[in-house]
Design a protein around this ligand. Structure first.
Ligand code: FAD
Length: 371
């Protein structure tokens, strides 16, 4: 039996950031991934880092705000360490306004941004504009009452970040791929080849599979998968163009000039990895929004299943009555913007480090159990 300080189950964005901070803390760590790096929801193409709307402020919005602020510095650290670029750029976002009375909502959010989106270094803002900053992005008729524009949203390349993160871990933690982890008992995990790992702490960051894995230890914790489909168009556009977000459809230009289009949001599905006509509909909506991508070929179609914990907040922290068992999942649609802070705070809890970022009470497993 091999012994570790920490076993991390799952090599998606949450598991990899957790491994990164575990290594920084000097924990003897093994990460187990059933398939390959980013085989789950983290292997996608969009990479939007969009803040929650700056009104009706709450703990989840504050957590995401702090995470989005911290992310550029951490990404620079990873890039410097690996020499790999992760495709990050703070390009802002424009959201076409489709109904006149929504103009007032933007004014209210702009006030909220002035209050909540401020740090000592940066003042982020939202404002109403008659049109986006670039011609035909989107088409004039797609923004009958102008746009809500913010300068806080950003994007990155999910796959590039995943590869860089995995590369940065080389030599500092043990990684086991193509092998499935299953609980054998307290602090013990068995792998597909029959070998047994033992650790003081186990962190489940297995995306959607986390909910089933935890059931024996926390039967009342639940979650579900929400399938998403996305595509990449072979464009050659300016990578500084802001993200467009309209009625559930995103257009995101990446550093190579291609445009990622997303996403469907499917609660009912049979095959989580396959794309179908629902993606065609999203692509058609995107083409109608921005006729400059009208004839661009679809060069990739992709689907994955987002983990959504019951109650919609991320699920983060210790499993009550099992002080060796931790969970970090349920980032749902915003994981790439918060996974690093989820990782730091769960590692802090796991190490009993009170100086680490704290976990909002709403996120904790203890908060989801019947009282
Ligand atoms: C179409 C689409 C678009 C999206 N767009 C965005 C976006 O623009 N911005 C954003 O922030 N988020 C976005 N998301 C959401 C984001 O991708 C997910 O929330 C995130 O990837 C979840 O990461 P995770 O690490 O929790 O789970 P996963 O990436 O699913 O990782 C879990 C890993 O655990 C492994 N695993 C499972 N069971 C076991 C086991 N028993 N043993 C070992 N390994 C196991 C799996 O193989 C998997 O690799 C999008 C998702 C989709 C589907």
């Amino acid at each position: 039996m091999e012994r570790f300080d920490l076993i991390i189950i799952g090599g998606g964005i949450v598991g990899l950031w957790s491994a990164y901070f575990a290594a920084q803390r000097g924990l003897k760590t093994v990460l187990v991934e059933e398939h390959g790096i980013a085989a789950g929801a983290s292997g996608g193409v969009l990479g939007a880092l969009m803040p929650h709307s700056p009104d009706r402020w709450n703990a989840k919005k504050q957590f995401q705000f702090e995470a989005l602020n911290q992310l550029p510095g951490l990404l620079q650290e990873i890039e410097a360490r690996t020499g790999q670029n992760v495709g990050y750029r703070r390009v802002g976002r424009i959201a076409p306004i489709l109904k006149e009375h929504h103009v007032d909502d933007v004014a209210r959010r702009a006030e909220g941004a002035n209050e909540f989106w401020q740090t000592e270094q940066s003042a982020f803002a939202m404002q109403h504009m008659d049109a986006g900053p670039a011609a035909n992005w989107p088409a004039v008729e797609a923004m009958p009452f102008g746009v809500a524009a913010d300068n806080f949203s950003a994007r990155l390349s999910p796959r590039k970040l995943i590869m860089a993160l995995a590369g940065s871990l080389h030599g500092s933690i043990d990684m086991r791929f193509a092998t499935r982890a299953a609980f054998l008992g307290e602090k013990q995990v068995t792998l597909g080849d029959g070998s047994i790992l033992h650790a003081d702490k186990v962190l489940v960051s297995a995306g959607l599979a986390s909910f089933d894995m935890l059931r024996p230890y926390a039967p009342s914790i639940s979650g579900r998968g929400v399938k998403g489909q996305a595509a990449v168009l072979g464009t050659d556009l300016d990578p500084n163009l802001p993200i467009i977000y309209s009625d559930g459809v995103y257009l995101i230009v990446h550093d190579d000039g291609t445009t990622a289009i997303g996403s469907t949001s499917e609660k009912e599905f049979t095959e989580g990895r396959e794309t179908d006509h629902l993606l065609d509909d999203v692509v058609e909506k995107a083409r109608a929004l921005c006729p400059i991508v009208k004839d661009a070929p679809v060069i990739e179609r992709w689907a994955g299943v987002r983990p959504q914990a019951q109650g919609r907040d991320p699920l983060l922290g210790v499993i009550p009555q099992h002080d060796w068992l931790y969970v970090a999942t349920g980032g749902f649609k915003i994981s790439f913007g918060i996974a690093h802070l989820m990782a730091q705070s769960v590692l802090g809890a796991l190490c009993g480090d009170e100086t680490a970022p704290s976990i909002p009470k709403e996120f904790t497993p203890g908060n989801r159990l019947p009282r």
